[in-house]
Design a protein around this ligand. Structure first.
Ligand code: SPV
Ligand code: MG
Length: 306
């Protein structure tokens, strides 16, 4: 990993590069890119070590890790604080799930400015009404007015210009609206200055996403979140010239499964001997968070033992 963690990094000086790096991932219809979810510093470090080029600061995963529901229960400042840890520790461009912007145009542009200050590379804003409900939960998904949401996008663009990639997320298909409504909204958001469109679907197959992509005809790059239609081969996304796939929650779900199994085993055994071989050694934590960098810095900056 090229960077170092913690206070020795100054992300505000690297923001433009980060936005450029993210732009290359989500705004290119020539190569399919992959972003992975992170919800805290250590999940960002793991994603980076695994080789992902970009990180999705998932609203669902951040809220869940904090013990909140993905229904705007976590405040925007809580999200921004977690994003800072993801940025610092992950050392990859971070696209932040900004939900619907936590209010109107003013709240959205404030969020965007703060995310930029904390080193995020981009923000995705979805056209839901506040408070949102996670797109894969239930049937109550109310949409914002198209022109009001377009104003939110324009305000964000005016506030952060090219320094933060702006992804406009269309929730029309989640809200059971027809394809025409999804296309109308995507066109309006492209006109408002979005850099890419995230088209979301909760179907188990990619049919409606692929049909949208065909009709959209690549007016702007497309980003997708194949959580429900995860078995679709990537070749279909490449053929449809999708720019980026977001794997939005798999690391969080992996950690839940692992923690549950380990906790249950410890309760059953009344001890930890049985789980030791399955869990990460402490050395892995020290390595992920670069304790050796701190030891080197101590040698440089602290006086020797007296
Ligand atoms: C998230 O990861 O928070 C997302 C994707 O927005 S979804 O959970 O499908 O809404
Ligand atoms: Mg979300």
């Amino acid at each position: 990993m090229s960077g170092v963690t913690g206070s020795s990094r100054r992300p505000e000086q690297q923001n433009c590069n980060r936005a450029e790096m993210l732009r290359r991932l989500v705004c290119s219809d020539c190569t399919l890119s992959f972003l992975i979810e992170a919800h805290d510093g250590i999940s960002a470090a793991i994603a980076t070590r695994a080789g992902f080029e970009g990180i999705w600061a998932s609203g669902l995963s951040i809220a869940s890790a904090l013990g909140y529901r993905d229904a705007n229960e976590a405040s925007w400042t809580q999200v921004v604080d977690v994003v800072e840890r993801i940025v610092d520790t992950g050392d990859r461009p971070v696209l932040v799930d900004g939900d619907s912007g936590f209010g109107n145009f003013n709240n959205a542009r404030l969020l965007a400015r703060k995310l930029h200050q904390r080193g995020a590379a981009g923000v995705a804003l979805q056209d839901s009404r506040f408070p949102k409900m996670n797109s894969l939960v239930g049937d109550r998904h109310l949409l914002a007015d198209v022109s009001e949401f377009s104003g939110r996008l324009r305000a964000v663009k005016d506030a952060v210009a090219e320094e933060l990639v702006l992804v406009a997320r269309v929730e029309a298909l989640i809200a059971n609206q027809p394809m025409e409504e999804a296309l109308l909204r995507a066109n309006a958001y492209a006109d408002a200055g979005a850099d890419a469109i995230l088209i979301h679907s909760r179907k188990n197959t990619a049919d409606e996403i692929l049909s949208f992509a065909k009709k959209w005809d690549n007016r702007l790059s497309l980003v997708i979140v194949p959580t429900r239609y995860h078995s679709t081969p990537n070749s279909k996304f490449r053929d449809a010239r999708i720019a980026a796939v977001i794997w939005a929650n798999q690391p969080l779900r992996a950690s839940i499964a692992a923690m549950r199994s380990v906790c249950e085993r410890i309760v059953a055994d009344e001890g930890v001997v049985g789980v030791e071989p399955q869990i990460a050694p402490l050395e892995e934590i020290f390595e992920l968070l670069e304790y050796s960098e701190l030891a080197n810095a101590e040698a440089r900056y602290l006086p020797g033992p007296t």
